[in-house]
Design a binder for this molecule. Structure first.
Ligand code: UT7
Length: 319
């Protein structure tokens, strides 16, 4: 059960919003956000939909891979902020790029893109040859813009990969455990005159410190497990791609594993937390940077609502 990465892509909204801009209507400051989270600015949709971002990332990945829409066998999207409850984001992307293959979404929150890698690896071990996977979010649609503890963190963006058959997926670990009240986005409750329970508002609800503790443990345990399962040590890992939730969570993992900071990728300062898109955007930045060498091992790790977490080791095959 494996794959080869044929191409990557990403797409961010045009509008960048600084901490100073948020401070104009929220009781917050550039100093607090920079020190506690590590974000200076984030990209926020003004006219773009989640599908627009997903298609932008998909087209870039398809162009890099040389795979055309009619050659795709499946489209898989990870998102918690699809434009519609139905049709799926993947079906919207399918029609926007002119593909005809089966398409569906999965929801594993911020761990979603690594869950997609696992799903695609399984599909590619069966009859499918080429799969487009996309993590895409418009989280600023589900943030309560009066809640300073979440509004400053979440952002919008998309990252994609075209995968084919190959041997690059070396090891993986997917986790789902209890904790569904720690971080949630309740669905719109509707207008039924018969429903008697007071609904929670359909915005992000997060116990930040609880998620923080889970995140540090999950990322450290999952990375240790997938690196050991790959028969490697941290010294063998050329690049670490961690979910961009909080720079302090990433720094804790860097300290714990003795990861060389320059080998641990970060873009949270300018991109914010884009949930399922986060590791995919960073992977695209790495693949386009020219820094990757054939045979480099890349470790990815993510965590989020569910609670879920996931990690994997990928061996770069540039041929
Ligand atoms: O990708 C999904 C997974 N999500 C995460 O990984 C999030 C993990 N959690 C975090 O990143 C952090 O817990 C937060 C960034 C959300 C919060 O940072 P914290 O250091 O845990 O702060 P806190 O919640 O303990 O709050 C400390 C203080 C509080 O004030 P008091 O009660 O001490 O007076 C908050 O009200 O900071 C206050 N605060 C703020 N102050 C200025 C909370 N948000 C803000 C803000 N600006 N934006």
């Amino acid at each position: 059960m494996s794959f080869k990465i044929l191409g990557t892509g990403s797409c961010l909204p045009k509008r960048s919003v600084t901490n100073e801009e948020l401070s104009q209507f929220l009781d917050t400051s550039d100093e607090w956000i920079s020190q506690r989270v590590g974000i200076k600015a984030r990209r926020i949709c003004t006219t773009e939909t989640t599908a627009d971002l997903a298609v932008g990332a998909a087209k870039a990945a398809m162009e890099m891979s040389g795979v055309t829409a009619d050659e795709l066998d499946f489209i898989l999207c990870a998102t918690v902020t699809a434009d519609n409850t139905t049709p799926s984001l993947a079906c919207s992307v399918q029609s926007m790029i002119g593909a005809t293959c089966p398409s569906m979404d999965i929801n594993a929150a911020c761990s979603g893109f690594i869950y997609l890698l696992e799903t695609a690896a399984a599909f590619l071990s069966m009859k499918h040859e080429r799969i487009l996977i996309i993590g895409a979010e418009r989280l600023t649609r589900v943030v309560d813009w009066t809640d300073r503890s979440t509004a400053v963190i979440f952002a919008d963006g998309a990252g994609a990969m075209v995968l084919g058959k190959g041997d690059s997926y070396i090891s993986s670990k997917l986790v789902a455990k209890g904790g569904d009240t720690v971080l949630s986005i309740p669905s719109f409750h509707g207008t039924s005159p018969f429903y008697e329970v007071e609904p929670k508002k359909p915005y992000v609800h997060m116990s930040g410190q609880e998620v923080f503790k889970f995140a540090v443990n999950a990322m450290c345990n999952d990375l240790a497990d997938v690196i050991e399962a790959a028969g490697l040590t941290m010294d063998d890992i050329a690049w670490v791609i961690p979910h961009q939730a909080n720079a302090r969570i990433i720094d804790a993992a860097v300290r714990k594993f003795g990861i060389k900071p320059e080998r641990c990728l970060k873009n949270i300062e300018t991109t914010g937390n884009t949930s399922a898109a986060s590791v995919a955007i960073l992977a695209d930045e790495l693949f386009r940077s020219g820094k990757l060498k054939d045979g480099d091992y890349i470790a990815m790790a993510a965590f989020g609502a569910g609670l879920t977490s996931a990690a994997c080791v990928i061996k770069w095959d540039g041929n």
